[in-house]
Design a protein around this ligand. Structure first.
Ligand code: ADP
Ligand code: MG
Length: 259
């Protein structure tokens, strides 16, 4: 257990994710077709599949960056059902429990690293500037980037920027973390630093859904593997078992391309 990266361990122990009969179209392009999956509290689910299969859209539906057309998403005890009128209050309450890290970091370029991490805490959680910056410094220290606090993200390497993006999300005390190809834009040796922080987070009991092509990470850290193709879950189960003997031809093809 690492008290630095996660603070609300008791609460975290109870946050799972339930995705039930989720569908989403863009125009007449059906991108998610009746997706159901369950992420146990404190577990790590790796999500893989070819480009365009709907992985990013699924993650974006979990934190309601996209509104599903049908189905429901539950995070902890909070459910958003596309079949009912979604109240802003419920939407915000769910979103607040979910942190997200993107492939492209998405840091504010004109803010210092410290302000990047403190500002969302002030805005979203109403923390004082002093409190938010203290929390930011604690987390930066944990990931070995304290000395970057007063620099701008542009002065940091890609791997450092991604660790800052993770810290920025963690500073908001999420109960679930979503990662969308967090190392795809990084050189492999730099990606390792990011994967190490993610592994630490997983070991500390964070519930995580990780879209990744890092199959070693998926096997070593993942509790569950979900394989998507063309808006469907084509196969899911134990990562090592699926990698050793995939049931679906499309899984086999995808794995041979990334392994
Ligand atoms: P993946 O992350 O697996 O590569 P995505 O979820 O990004 O897949 O995309 C799935 C499909 O949805 C693709 O056909 C993509 O073009 C389409 N799509 C994603 N986002 C949008 C959007 N905002 N508007 C229209 N089409 C989109
Ligand atoms: Mg994607």
């Amino acid at each position: 257990m690492n008290p630095g990266l996660i603070t609300q361990s008791n609460e975290l122990a109870h946050a799972g994710v339930e995705i039930s009969h989720l569908s989403k179209s863009f125009g007449d392009n059906l991108v998610l077709d009746d997706i159901s999956m369950s992420v146990k509290p404190g577990s790590v689910t790796a999500l893989i599949g070819p480009s365009g299969s709907g992985k990013s859209t699924l993650l974006r539906c979990v934190n309601l960056l996209e509104t599903p057309d049908a189905g429901s998403v539950t995070v902890g005890t909070q459910t958003i059902d596309a079949g009912t009128t979604i109240k802003d209050r419920d939407l915000l309450a769910l979103r607040r429990q979910v942190g997200m890290v993107f492939q492209s970091f998405n840091l504010f370029p004109h803010y210092t690293v410290l302000r990047n991490i403190a500002f969302p805490q002030e805005k979203i959680l109403g923390r004082s500037r002093a409190e938010a910056e203290e929390r930011a410094m604690t987390l930066l220290e944990r990931v070995g980037l304290k000395e970057k606090a007063l620099q701008h993200p542009g002065r940091c390497s890609g791997g450092q920027q991604q660790r800052i993006a993770i810290v920025r999300a963690l500073a908001l005390n999420p109960r679930v973390m979503l990662f969308d190809e967090p190392t795809s834009a990084l050189d492999p040796e730099v990606g390792i630093e990011v994967l190490a922080v993610m592994r630490e987070l997983a070991d500390a009991g964070m519930t995580m859904i990780v879209v990744t092509h890092e199959m070693q990470f998926a096997r070593d850290v993942g509790d569950h593997l979900v394989v998507m193709a063309e808006g469907h879950i084509i196969e899911q189960g134990n990562p090592a078992e699926i990698m050793a003997s995939p049931r679906e031809e499309r899984t086999r093809r995808f794995l041979s391309a990334v392994l």
